[in-house]
Design a protein around this ligand. Structure first.
Ligand SMILES: [Zn+2]
Length: 186
């Protein structure tokens, strides 16, 4: 990433829903919820647009109605919980269909899914649609939580060997920590 958000987010996934889950994270010892910050959701949506994860048409549609931050945080919390305890847990994927029914999506000329409504319903429909697709493509089996003890971020581990959400941020920090720990400095 080459923008100001570099300091806020450790990395940007190609998946909208992963980035959405990662709007809550740990910095040093305190939890940061980017959606609680002033214009937090707007800033996140513009970051997603800058990064090419959302296009102009999708974002314009979402802004047709207000997005209820508390409602989308509730959705985030629910899925955060499911993904934090992946093993042995039945993930209620069918519940996602209720959101795509609330604001059915159409596929535009560029094969981009655009919700038929804006606002909260459109936003949750867009996230749910991507999550259903990711589930069908087996992506959910590759979701991991960053191994850094001070990072909450989820990422998709395509190689099966990735440990950190970001090598630059969390990988290097962990290497440095272990290096100093070995020397007995920490
Ligand atoms: Zn991390």
């Amino acid at each position: 990433m080459e923008n100001n958000s570099e300091t806020a987010y450790s990395f940007v996934s190609q998946y909208l829903f992963i980035n959405f889950l990662n709007t809550i994270n740990i910095k040093k010892v305190s939890v940061t919820d980017f959606l609680d910050e002033e214009n937090g959701l707007d800033d996140w949506l513009s970051l997603m647009t800058q990064q090419g994860i959302l296009n102009q048409q999708q974002v314009e549609k979402l802004y047709k109605s207000p997005i209820d931050v508390e409602r989308v945080k509730e959705f985030r919390g629910q899925w955060w919980g499911y993904l934090s305890v992946l093993e042995g847990n039945e993930i209620p994927f069918t519940s996602l269909a209720t959101y795509t029914e609330d604001a059915p999506l159409f596929i535009d000329k560029t094969f981009t899914p655009v919700p038929s409504k804006g606002g909260t319903e459109g936003f949750l429909a867009l996230l749910s649609f991507e999550m259903i697709q990711a589930f069908q493509q087996g992506v959910f089996n590759k979701i991991k939580k960053c191994e850094s003890p001070v990072c909450y971020a989820f990422f998709i581990d395509t190689s099966g060997r990735r440990k950190w959400c970001s090598m630059e941020v969390c990988g290097n920090r962990e290497k440095a920590r272990k290096h100093y720990a070995k020397k007995g400095n920490v």
